[in-house]
Design a protein around this ligand. Structure first.
Ligand code: NAD
Ligand code: MG
Length: 411
Protein backbone atom coordinates (compact mmCIF):
# COMPACT_ATOMS: atom_id res chain seq x y z
CA UNK A 1 0.00 0.00 0.00
CA UNK A 2 1.36 3.46 -0.84
CA UNK A 3 1.99 5.93 1.98
CA UNK A 4 -0.90 8.07 0.75
CA UNK A 5 -3.30 5.16 0.57
CA UNK A 6 -2.18 4.05 4.03
CA UNK A 7 -2.79 7.54 5.38
CA UNK A 8 -6.24 7.64 3.88
CA UNK A 9 -6.86 4.19 5.32
CA UNK A 10 -5.88 5.33 8.81
CA UNK A 11 -7.79 8.57 8.41
CA UNK A 12 -10.94 6.65 7.64
CA UNK A 13 -10.72 4.65 10.83
CA UNK A 14 -11.74 5.73 14.30
CA UNK A 15 -9.00 5.73 16.93
CA UNK A 16 -7.50 2.25 17.03
CA UNK A 17 -4.63 3.16 19.34
CA UNK A 18 -5.83 1.17 22.39
CA UNK A 19 -6.13 -1.92 20.17
CA UNK A 20 -2.74 -1.40 18.52
CA UNK A 21 -1.03 -0.84 21.88
CA UNK A 22 -1.93 -4.36 23.02
CA UNK A 23 1.05 -6.59 23.63
CA UNK A 24 0.93 -10.06 22.13
CA UNK A 25 2.54 -13.41 22.97
CA UNK A 26 2.59 -16.04 20.24
CA UNK A 27 2.85 -19.67 21.37
CA UNK A 28 3.84 -21.88 18.43
CA UNK A 29 5.16 -19.01 16.30
CA UNK A 30 7.01 -21.22 13.80
CA UNK A 31 3.94 -23.21 12.71
CA UNK A 32 1.39 -22.39 10.06
CA UNK A 33 -0.86 -20.31 12.37
CA UNK A 34 2.17 -18.78 14.13
CA UNK A 35 3.68 -17.59 10.85
CA UNK A 36 0.31 -16.19 9.74
CA UNK A 37 -0.02 -14.37 13.08
CA UNK A 38 3.38 -12.74 12.66
CA UNK A 39 2.42 -11.70 9.14
CA UNK A 40 -0.73 -10.00 10.48
CA UNK A 41 1.40 -8.20 13.10
CA UNK A 42 4.00 -7.15 10.50
CA UNK A 43 1.21 -5.87 8.25
CA UNK A 44 -0.32 -3.88 11.11
CA UNK A 45 3.07 -2.27 11.77
CA UNK A 46 3.37 -1.34 8.10
CA UNK A 47 -0.06 0.24 8.04
CA UNK A 48 -0.36 1.77 11.51
CA UNK A 49 3.25 2.32 12.58
CA UNK A 50 6.21 0.34 13.92
CA UNK A 51 4.90 0.39 17.50
CA UNK A 52 1.71 -1.49 16.67
CA UNK A 53 1.13 -4.80 18.47
CA UNK A 54 4.36 -5.03 20.48
CA UNK A 55 5.38 -8.65 21.05
CA UNK A 56 6.12 -9.93 24.54
CA UNK A 57 7.20 -13.48 23.74
CA UNK A 58 7.51 -16.02 20.94
CA UNK A 59 7.71 -19.77 21.61
CA UNK A 60 8.42 -22.71 19.30
CA UNK A 61 8.84 -26.48 19.53
CA UNK A 62 12.18 -27.33 17.91
CA UNK A 63 12.68 -25.18 14.81
CA UNK A 64 15.28 -22.89 16.36
CA UNK A 65 16.54 -21.29 13.13
CA UNK A 66 13.08 -20.05 12.16
CA UNK A 67 12.51 -18.84 15.73
CA UNK A 68 15.76 -16.82 15.64
CA UNK A 69 14.83 -15.28 12.30
CA UNK A 70 11.34 -14.41 13.57
CA UNK A 71 12.65 -12.90 16.81
CA UNK A 72 15.16 -10.75 14.96
CA UNK A 73 12.40 -9.42 12.69
CA UNK A 74 9.50 -9.01 15.16
CA UNK A 75 11.53 -8.03 18.27
CA UNK A 76 9.87 -9.82 21.20
CA UNK A 77 11.25 -9.40 24.72
CA UNK A 78 11.61 -13.19 25.05
CA UNK A 79 12.04 -16.19 22.73
CA UNK A 80 11.59 -19.75 24.04
CA UNK A 81 12.34 -23.08 22.41
CA UNK A 82 10.63 -26.15 23.92
CA UNK A 83 13.51 -28.43 22.86
CA UNK A 84 16.13 -27.78 25.55
CA UNK A 85 18.99 -29.10 23.42
CA UNK A 86 18.59 -25.99 21.22
CA UNK A 87 19.11 -23.39 23.95
CA UNK A 88 22.79 -22.68 23.15
CA UNK A 89 21.97 -22.20 19.49
CA UNK A 90 19.07 -19.88 20.37
CA UNK A 91 21.30 -17.77 22.64
CA UNK A 92 23.94 -17.58 19.91
CA UNK A 93 21.39 -16.53 17.32
CA UNK A 94 20.00 -13.78 19.55
CA UNK A 95 23.37 -12.46 20.75
CA UNK A 96 23.50 -8.68 20.71
CA UNK A 97 19.73 -8.23 20.26
CA UNK A 98 18.82 -7.84 23.95
CA UNK A 99 16.13 -10.52 23.47
CA UNK A 100 15.97 -12.96 26.37
CA UNK A 101 16.24 -16.68 25.53
CA UNK A 102 14.62 -19.61 27.33
CA UNK A 103 14.12 -23.34 26.77
CA UNK A 104 12.04 -26.28 27.93
CA UNK A 105 8.41 -27.22 28.50
CA UNK A 106 8.13 -25.17 31.68
CA UNK A 107 9.69 -22.12 30.01
CA UNK A 108 6.89 -22.27 27.40
CA UNK A 109 4.29 -22.28 30.20
CA UNK A 110 6.14 -19.41 31.93
CA UNK A 111 6.11 -17.42 28.66
CA UNK A 112 2.32 -17.77 28.55
CA UNK A 113 2.15 -16.56 32.16
CA UNK A 114 4.18 -13.38 31.50
CA UNK A 115 2.20 -10.16 31.31
CA UNK A 116 0.76 -9.55 27.85
CA UNK A 117 -2.68 -8.42 26.69
CA UNK A 118 -3.26 -11.19 24.15
CA UNK A 119 -1.91 -14.71 23.91
CA UNK A 120 -2.18 -16.56 20.60
CA UNK A 121 -2.24 -20.30 21.31
CA UNK A 122 -0.94 -21.88 18.10
CA UNK A 123 0.90 -24.89 19.52
CA UNK A 124 -0.20 -28.15 17.91
CA UNK A 125 -1.95 -30.88 19.94
CA UNK A 126 -2.62 -31.50 23.63
CA UNK A 127 0.83 -30.02 24.40
CA UNK A 128 -1.03 -26.68 24.39
CA UNK A 129 -3.19 -27.54 27.44
CA UNK A 130 -0.89 -26.22 30.16
CA UNK A 131 0.41 -23.11 28.34
CA UNK A 132 -3.17 -22.18 27.36
CA UNK A 133 -4.35 -22.60 30.95
CA UNK A 134 -1.46 -20.42 32.17
CA UNK A 135 -2.64 -17.65 29.83
CA UNK A 136 -6.30 -18.12 30.81
CA UNK A 137 -5.40 -17.92 34.50
CA UNK A 138 -4.24 -14.32 33.93
CA UNK A 139 -7.74 -13.32 32.85
CA UNK A 140 -6.53 -11.75 29.58
CA UNK A 141 -7.56 -12.27 25.96
CA UNK A 142 -6.63 -15.71 24.67
CA UNK A 143 -6.82 -16.21 20.92
CA UNK A 144 -7.27 -19.95 20.69
CA UNK A 145 -6.19 -21.56 17.42
CA UNK A 146 -5.45 -24.90 19.04
CA UNK A 147 -8.53 -27.11 19.17
CA UNK A 148 -7.07 -30.27 20.72
CA UNK A 149 -6.79 -28.66 24.15
CA UNK A 150 -10.51 -27.84 24.29
CA UNK A 151 -11.40 -31.31 23.01
CA UNK A 152 -9.14 -33.03 25.54
CA UNK A 153 -9.92 -30.77 28.48
CA UNK A 154 -13.10 -28.82 27.66
CA UNK A 155 -14.52 -29.07 31.20
CA UNK A 156 -11.24 -27.90 32.73
CA UNK A 157 -11.07 -24.98 30.29
CA UNK A 158 -14.64 -23.93 30.99
CA UNK A 159 -13.99 -23.83 34.73
CA UNK A 160 -10.69 -21.94 34.27
CA UNK A 161 -12.35 -19.34 32.02
CA UNK A 162 -15.18 -18.83 34.51
CA UNK A 163 -12.72 -18.46 37.38
CA UNK A 164 -10.43 -15.89 35.73
CA UNK A 165 -12.85 -14.05 33.43
CA UNK A 166 -10.48 -14.50 30.48
CA UNK A 167 -11.87 -13.71 27.01
CA UNK A 168 -11.25 -16.78 24.89
CA UNK A 169 -11.62 -15.93 21.21
CA UNK A 170 -11.74 -18.84 18.79
CA UNK A 171 -9.32 -18.58 15.86
CA UNK A 172 -10.34 -21.84 14.17
CA UNK A 173 -12.07 -20.38 11.10
CA UNK A 174 -15.49 -21.99 11.63
CA UNK A 175 -15.60 -21.08 15.32
CA UNK A 176 -14.33 -17.59 14.68
CA UNK A 177 -17.16 -17.34 12.14
CA UNK A 178 -19.75 -18.56 14.68
CA UNK A 179 -18.36 -16.11 17.24
CA UNK A 180 -18.75 -13.28 14.73
CA UNK A 181 -22.27 -14.33 13.69
CA UNK A 182 -23.40 -14.59 17.30
CA UNK A 183 -22.00 -11.09 17.81
CA UNK A 184 -20.69 -12.14 21.19
CA UNK A 185 -24.31 -13.01 22.11
CA UNK A 186 -25.28 -16.28 23.67
CA UNK A 187 -26.33 -19.34 21.74
CA UNK A 188 -29.42 -20.22 23.78
CA UNK A 189 -31.90 -19.12 21.08
CA UNK A 190 -30.00 -20.90 18.36
CA UNK A 191 -31.71 -23.86 16.75
CA UNK A 192 -28.66 -25.22 14.94
CA UNK A 193 -24.98 -24.40 14.43
CA UNK A 194 -23.59 -25.84 11.21
CA UNK A 195 -19.86 -26.01 10.62
CA UNK A 196 -18.73 -26.40 7.05
CA UNK A 197 -16.01 -28.83 5.97
CA UNK A 198 -14.08 -28.69 2.72
CA UNK A 199 -14.17 -32.49 2.54
CA UNK A 200 -10.38 -32.54 2.20
CA UNK A 201 -8.29 -34.06 -0.59
CA UNK A 202 -10.10 -37.45 -0.43
CA UNK A 203 -13.62 -36.07 -0.67
CA UNK A 204 -14.34 -38.08 -3.81
CA UNK A 205 -11.97 -41.00 -3.25
CA UNK A 206 -13.17 -44.58 -2.81
CA UNK A 207 -12.22 -46.57 0.29
CA UNK A 208 -9.86 -48.63 -1.91
CA UNK A 209 -8.04 -45.46 -2.96
CA UNK A 210 -7.94 -44.15 0.61
CA UNK A 211 -6.47 -47.41 1.87
CA UNK A 212 -3.24 -46.73 -0.04
CA UNK A 213 -3.25 -42.92 0.28
CA UNK A 214 0.24 -41.58 1.05
CA UNK A 215 0.93 -38.88 3.68
CA UNK A 216 1.98 -36.58 0.84
CA UNK A 217 -1.46 -36.97 -0.76
CA UNK A 218 -3.19 -36.47 2.60
CA UNK A 219 -1.44 -33.20 3.44
CA UNK A 220 -2.09 -31.71 -0.01
CA UNK A 221 -5.20 -29.83 1.08
CA UNK A 222 -7.19 -28.26 -1.79
CA UNK A 223 -7.96 -24.92 -0.06
CA UNK A 224 -5.87 -24.39 3.06
CA UNK A 225 -2.13 -24.55 3.71
CA UNK A 226 -1.76 -25.92 7.24
CA UNK A 227 0.48 -27.96 9.54
CA UNK A 228 0.83 -31.69 8.73
CA UNK A 229 -1.29 -32.98 11.63
CA UNK A 230 -4.37 -30.83 10.98
CA UNK A 231 -4.04 -31.54 7.25
CA UNK A 232 -4.34 -35.29 7.90
CA UNK A 233 -7.26 -34.57 10.26
CA UNK A 234 -8.93 -32.64 7.44
CA UNK A 235 -8.43 -35.58 5.08
CA UNK A 236 -9.98 -38.04 7.58
CA UNK A 237 -12.70 -35.54 8.68
CA UNK A 238 -11.47 -36.04 12.27
CA UNK A 239 -10.79 -32.31 12.10
CA UNK A 240 -14.52 -31.66 11.75
CA UNK A 241 -15.26 -34.10 14.56
CA UNK A 242 -12.80 -32.29 16.84
CA UNK A 243 -14.39 -29.00 15.78
CA UNK A 244 -17.89 -30.17 16.77
CA UNK A 245 -16.57 -30.94 20.25
CA UNK A 246 -14.74 -27.59 20.25
CA UNK A 247 -18.00 -25.78 19.36
CA UNK A 248 -19.89 -27.70 22.05
CA UNK A 249 -17.48 -26.41 24.70
CA UNK A 250 -16.88 -22.90 23.38
CA UNK A 251 -20.50 -21.96 22.73
CA UNK A 252 -22.28 -24.32 25.16
CA UNK A 253 -24.31 -25.71 22.23
CA UNK A 254 -25.70 -29.20 22.95
CA UNK A 255 -24.52 -31.98 20.59
CA UNK A 256 -27.97 -32.39 18.99
CA UNK A 257 -27.89 -28.77 17.77
CA UNK A 258 -24.54 -29.19 15.97
CA UNK A 259 -24.26 -30.17 12.32
CA UNK A 260 -21.70 -30.52 9.53
CA UNK A 261 -22.10 -29.65 5.86
CA UNK A 262 -19.46 -30.40 3.24
CA UNK A 263 -18.70 -27.24 1.25
CA UNK A 264 -15.70 -27.82 -1.04
CA UNK A 265 -15.04 -24.11 -1.76
CA UNK A 266 -14.37 -23.21 1.93
CA UNK A 267 -15.96 -19.78 1.58
CA UNK A 268 -18.99 -20.15 3.87
CA UNK A 269 -17.50 -21.07 7.26
CA UNK A 270 -20.60 -21.50 9.39
CA UNK A 271 -24.38 -21.28 9.37
CA UNK A 272 -26.33 -20.29 12.47
CA UNK A 273 -30.03 -21.12 12.28
CA UNK A 274 -32.81 -19.70 14.47
CA UNK A 275 -36.31 -20.94 15.22
CA UNK A 276 -37.88 -18.21 13.07
CA UNK A 277 -36.32 -19.75 9.96
CA UNK A 278 -33.41 -17.31 9.66
CA UNK A 279 -29.97 -18.66 8.88
CA UNK A 280 -26.96 -16.35 9.24
CA UNK A 281 -23.68 -17.22 7.53
CA UNK A 282 -20.10 -15.97 7.65
CA UNK A 283 -18.12 -15.76 4.41
CA UNK A 284 -14.49 -15.04 3.65
CA UNK A 285 -11.71 -16.27 1.39
CA UNK A 286 -10.05 -19.33 2.95
CA UNK A 287 -7.21 -17.44 4.63
CA UNK A 288 -6.43 -17.86 8.35
CA UNK A 289 -5.08 -14.31 8.54
CA UNK A 290 -8.71 -13.11 8.60
CA UNK A 291 -9.77 -14.86 11.85
CA UNK A 292 -6.32 -14.13 13.32
CA UNK A 293 -6.69 -10.39 12.65
CA UNK A 294 -10.20 -10.48 14.10
CA UNK A 295 -8.95 -12.13 17.29
CA UNK A 296 -6.06 -9.67 17.66
CA UNK A 297 -8.29 -6.61 17.21
CA UNK A 298 -11.54 -7.83 18.83
CA UNK A 299 -13.99 -6.21 19.31
CA UNK A 300 -12.67 -3.85 16.61
CA UNK A 301 -11.22 -4.62 13.18
CA UNK A 302 -7.77 -3.94 11.75
CA UNK A 303 -6.36 -4.27 8.26
CA UNK A 304 -4.95 -7.70 7.45
CA UNK A 305 -2.97 -8.99 4.48
CA UNK A 306 -5.65 -11.64 3.81
CA UNK A 307 -6.90 -12.50 0.38
CA UNK A 308 -10.20 -10.74 -0.32
CA UNK A 309 -13.37 -12.65 -1.06
CA UNK A 310 -14.22 -12.70 -4.77
CA UNK A 311 -17.55 -14.43 -5.25
CA UNK A 312 -17.63 -13.84 -8.99
CA UNK A 313 -14.33 -15.70 -9.31
CA UNK A 314 -15.58 -18.44 -6.97
CA UNK A 315 -18.59 -18.96 -9.24
CA UNK A 316 -20.53 -21.71 -7.52
CA UNK A 317 -20.88 -22.50 -3.84
CA UNK A 318 -21.97 -26.10 -3.32
CA UNK A 319 -23.03 -28.10 -0.25
CA UNK A 320 -23.51 -31.78 0.50
CA UNK A 321 -24.01 -34.05 3.52
CA UNK A 322 -20.87 -35.75 4.88
CA UNK A 323 -20.34 -39.45 4.10
CA UNK A 324 -20.02 -41.20 7.46
CA UNK A 325 -19.22 -44.57 5.88
CA UNK A 326 -16.02 -43.43 4.20
CA UNK A 327 -15.07 -40.96 6.94
CA UNK A 328 -15.54 -42.93 10.15
CA UNK A 329 -13.57 -40.48 12.32
CA UNK A 330 -16.51 -38.09 12.26
CA UNK A 331 -18.81 -40.67 13.88
CA UNK A 332 -16.17 -41.61 16.46
CA UNK A 333 -15.86 -37.97 17.49
CA UNK A 334 -19.66 -37.61 17.70
CA UNK A 335 -19.88 -40.74 19.88
CA UNK A 336 -17.21 -39.50 22.25
CA UNK A 337 -18.88 -36.10 22.53
CA UNK A 338 -22.13 -37.88 23.44
CA UNK A 339 -20.37 -40.01 26.06
CA UNK A 340 -18.61 -37.03 27.59
CA UNK A 341 -16.28 -37.33 30.56
CA UNK A 342 -12.80 -38.25 29.43
CA UNK A 343 -13.94 -39.91 26.18
CA UNK A 344 -12.98 -36.85 24.05
CA UNK A 345 -9.60 -36.79 25.85
CA UNK A 346 -8.99 -40.40 24.78
CA UNK A 347 -10.26 -39.74 21.24
CA UNK A 348 -7.87 -36.84 20.84
CA UNK A 349 -4.82 -38.60 22.27
CA UNK A 350 -5.40 -41.74 20.19
CA UNK A 351 -5.83 -39.63 17.07
CA UNK A 352 -2.60 -37.68 17.70
CA UNK A 353 -0.68 -40.97 18.01
CA UNK A 354 -2.39 -42.52 14.97
CA UNK A 355 -1.77 -39.46 12.78
CA UNK A 356 1.88 -39.38 13.81
CA UNK A 357 2.22 -43.09 12.97
CA UNK A 358 0.53 -42.47 9.61
CA UNK A 359 2.76 -39.48 8.80
CA UNK A 360 5.77 -41.70 9.58
CA UNK A 361 4.36 -44.41 7.29
CA UNK A 362 3.97 -46.95 10.07
CA UNK A 363 0.20 -47.42 9.54
CA UNK A 364 -2.19 -46.83 6.64
CA UNK A 365 -4.70 -43.99 6.29
CA UNK A 366 -7.71 -46.20 7.08
CA UNK A 367 -5.95 -47.52 10.19
CA UNK A 368 -6.44 -44.10 11.83
CA UNK A 369 -10.12 -44.72 12.74
CA UNK A 370 -9.26 -48.30 13.77
CA UNK A 371 -6.63 -47.10 16.25
CA UNK A 372 -8.96 -44.44 17.64
CA UNK A 373 -11.92 -46.84 17.97
CA UNK A 374 -9.89 -49.56 19.66
CA UNK A 375 -8.31 -47.10 22.10
CA UNK A 376 -11.76 -45.71 22.95
CA UNK A 377 -13.09 -49.24 23.56
CA UNK A 378 -10.13 -50.08 25.79
CA UNK A 379 -10.75 -46.92 27.81
CA UNK A 380 -14.50 -47.45 28.22
CA UNK A 381 -14.37 -46.54 31.91
CA UNK A 382 -13.03 -43.06 31.04
CA UNK A 383 -16.46 -41.97 29.80
CA UNK A 384 -17.98 -41.72 33.23
CA UNK A 385 -15.12 -39.78 34.77
CA UNK A 386 -15.48 -36.05 35.34
CA UNK A 387 -12.65 -33.86 34.08
CA UNK A 388 -9.92 -32.54 36.33
CA UNK A 389 -6.56 -31.39 34.97
CA UNK A 390 -4.71 -34.32 36.57
CA UNK A 391 -7.35 -36.76 35.34
CA UNK A 392 -7.11 -35.36 31.80
CA UNK A 393 -3.30 -35.54 31.72
CA UNK A 394 -3.35 -39.11 33.08
CA UNK A 395 -6.05 -40.27 30.62
CA UNK A 396 -4.16 -38.56 27.78
CA UNK A 397 -0.91 -40.35 28.70
CA UNK A 398 -2.66 -43.72 29.08
CA UNK A 399 -4.47 -43.40 25.76
CA UNK A 400 -1.23 -42.43 24.01
CA UNK A 401 0.50 -45.54 25.25
CA UNK A 402 -2.48 -47.78 24.36
CA UNK A 403 -2.77 -46.24 20.89
CA UNK A 404 0.99 -46.67 20.44
CA UNK A 405 0.68 -50.40 21.16
CA UNK A 406 -2.18 -50.73 18.68
CA UNK A 407 -0.15 -48.91 16.01
CA UNK A 408 2.81 -51.22 16.65
CA UNK A 409 0.54 -54.25 16.17
CA UNK A 410 -0.85 -52.88 12.89
CA UNK A 411 2.56 -51.87 11.50
P1 NAD B 1 2.01 -26.55 12.97
O1 NAD B 1 2.41 -27.97 13.17
O2 NAD B 1 2.29 -25.89 11.68
O3 NAD B 1 2.68 -25.65 14.13
C1 NAD B 1 2.66 -26.03 15.47
C2 NAD B 1 3.51 -25.09 16.31
O4 NAD B 1 3.55 -25.61 17.65
C3 NAD B 1 4.96 -24.96 15.87
O5 NAD B 1 5.45 -23.67 16.18
C4 NAD B 1 5.67 -25.99 16.75
O6 NAD B 1 7.03 -25.69 16.93
C5 NAD B 1 4.90 -25.83 18.05
N1 NAD B 1 4.92 -27.03 18.88
C6 NAD B 1 4.63 -28.29 18.49
N2 NAD B 1 4.74 -29.15 19.52
C7 NAD B 1 5.11 -28.41 20.59
C8 NAD B 1 5.37 -28.70 21.95
N3 NAD B 1 5.30 -29.95 22.43
N4 NAD B 1 5.70 -27.67 22.79
C9 NAD B 1 5.78 -26.42 22.33
N5 NAD B 1 5.55 -26.07 21.05
C10 NAD B 1 5.21 -27.05 20.19
O7 NAD B 1 0.46 -26.49 13.31
P2 NAD B 1 -0.64 -25.44 12.78
O8 NAD B 1 -1.22 -25.93 11.52
O9 NAD B 1 -0.11 -24.05 12.86
O10 NAD B 1 -1.77 -25.65 13.88
C11 NAD B 1 -1.60 -25.18 15.22
C12 NAD B 1 -2.91 -25.39 15.96
O11 NAD B 1 -3.92 -24.58 15.35
C13 NAD B 1 -3.42 -26.82 15.90
O12 NAD B 1 -4.03 -27.13 17.11
C14 NAD B 1 -4.46 -26.79 14.78
O13 NAD B 1 -5.48 -27.74 14.96
C15 NAD B 1 -5.01 -25.38 14.93
N6 NAD B 1 -5.56 -24.83 13.68
C16 NAD B 1 -4.75 -24.66 12.60
C17 NAD B 1 -5.26 -24.16 11.42
C18 NAD B 1 -4.38 -23.93 10.21
O14 NAD B 1 -4.84 -23.38 9.23
N7 NAD B 1 -3.12 -24.31 10.24
C19 NAD B 1 -6.61 -23.83 11.34
C20 NAD B 1 -7.42 -24.01 12.46
C21 NAD B 1 -6.88 -24.51 13.64
MG1 MG C 1 -11.35 -25.21 11.20
Amino acid sequence: MSALAAKRHIGALPDLSPILARSVTVLGSTGSIGVSTLSVIAHAREIYGADALPVEALTAGSNVDVLIEQARAIRPKLAVIADETQLARLKDGLAGTGIEAGAGRVAVIDAAARPSDTVMVAIMGAAAIEPALAAIARGVTVALANKECVVAAGGVFRAAIEASGASVLPVDSEHNAVFQVLGGGDASEVERVTLTASGGPFREWTLEQMRVATPKQAVAHPNWSMGAKISVDSASLMNKGLELIEAHFLFAVPPEKLAVLVHPQSIVHCLVTYGDGSTLAHLSAPDMRTPIAYALAWPRRIASPSRQLDLAAAGQLTFQAPDHDRFRCLGLALDSMGKGGLAPTVLNAANEIAVDAYLNERIGFLDIPLVVEETLNAAERANAQAQTLDGVLAADARARSQAGEICARLA
